[in-house]
Design a protein around this ligand. Structure first.
Ligand code: XMP
Length: 324
């Protein structure tokens, strides 16, 4: 049964996390035996914790597939490889599908169509990889308790729930009864890096819904670089744990600027930062003006093709958190 028992203790301490890990390791071993398990490893908190648990339980019987759709934040795919392949010695298949995704998304402007293409292609790439592998009996998923409460238990943004009929495996979902904060405590206890465990929410379609309109490689590069600068500066200012979600957006219109005495026609970058409890409503935090100016100066100096930086002052509602 997939319901959390009323008397289940909340995992709030390293000791409770260790108890959970020991129990799950035993349970996974008895469920899986000597068979192989497949996992789509996005690098998000939930799939990373599931990967680390499974590696502890069954080592190389776990096959992780990380699909880079070209819409990851700067350094994210690299971190997945470093942590799971290099440090934890996992069986990790890395697929750089950037060109595939960007070719399909070329000239596509409508946000929901972009989402559908990204989700659909993700399933396709994952399915193709899964078919190349032999002897897979189980599919691991980072389903957490709110996913079960809010939907039919299939984690929409992981997209693997949409695998074709003949690719259905028995599921391994070791964190299915945990809330997000508990998953983080378990991730910590498993030794995953703090910036992975405390990662802010990141939409499944990734930077694809922040590079507004039809995605182009130049604007996507500007988005990735500006986002990395924002993250670095907020981190240095100690804001990472105080602001719920923050990122940049690059719209699909240009404005006039001047650089080295010459007129330019370049992209703006919009900074978005919000605080919220449940993402249904959100407020805009007051960020030190000096810090905003420093971030703007860095983006303007370091990111090619950008001539303006703006700070979005709009709460949710009427605005949404993302721009698309
Ligand atoms: P909005 O923009 O609706 O966002 O105020 C609320 C929260 O949901 C995230 N978000 C998504 N997450 N797939 C996801 O997995 C998506 O397509 C998607 N769109 C928005 C957003 O980042 C925010 O945390």
């Amino acid at each position: 049964m997939n319901m959390r028992p009323d008397d289940m203790v909340r995992i709030t301490t390293p000791e409770l996390a260790q108890k959970f890990i020991d129990e799950q390791v035993a349970e996974i071993r008895s469920q899986v035996g000597d068979k192989k398990v497949l996992l789509a490893l996005s690098g998000g908190v939930d799939s990373s914790v599931v990967a680390a648990l499974l590696i502890k339980a069954i080592g190389k019987q776990l096959v992780c597939v990380h699909v880079n759709h070209g819409l990851m934040r700067k350094g994210e795919s690299e971190q997945v490889i470093e942590v799971f392949r290099d440090q934890l010695d996992a069986n990790l298949i890395y697929i750089d599908a950037t060109d595939r995704f960007l070719d399909l998304l070329k000239d596509v402007e409508e946000p929901e169509t972009k989402r559908k293409i990204i989700g659909g292609e993700f399933i396709k790439v994952f399915d193709e990889e899964a078919r190349k592998l032999e002897g897979i009996s189980f599919l691991a998923q980072g389903t957490i308790y709110p996913d079960i409460l809010e939907s039919d238990g299939v984690k929409a943004h992981h997209n693997v729930g949409g695998l074709p009929e003949d690719m259905q495996f028995e599921l391994v979902e070791p964190v299915r009864l945990l809330f997000k904060d508990e998953v983080r405590v378990v991730g910590n206890q498993l030794g995953l890096p703090a910036n992975m465990v405390y990662r802010q929410p990141f939409p499944g379609p990734g930077l694809g819904v922040r590079c507004l309109g039809a995605i182009t490689r130049d604007r996507l590069a500007a988005l990735r670089e500006s986002d990395a600068i924002l993250r670095e500066e907020f981190e240095n200012a100690g804001l990472t744990s105080k602001i719920w979600q923050f990122f940049t957006i690059v719209p699909d219109f240009r404005s006039t600027g001047v650089r080295d005495g010459k007129r330019v026609f370049d992209w703006p970058v919009i900074i978005r930062a919000v605080n919220t409890v449940d993402a249904m409503t959100a407020t805009v935090p007051e960020v030190e003006f000096a810090l905003l100016r420093k971030i703007a100066d860095r983006i303007l100096a370091e990111v090619p093709g950008v001539c303006r930086v703006l700070y979005d002052l709009s709460p949710k509602g009427p605005a949404t958190i993302e721009w698309e």
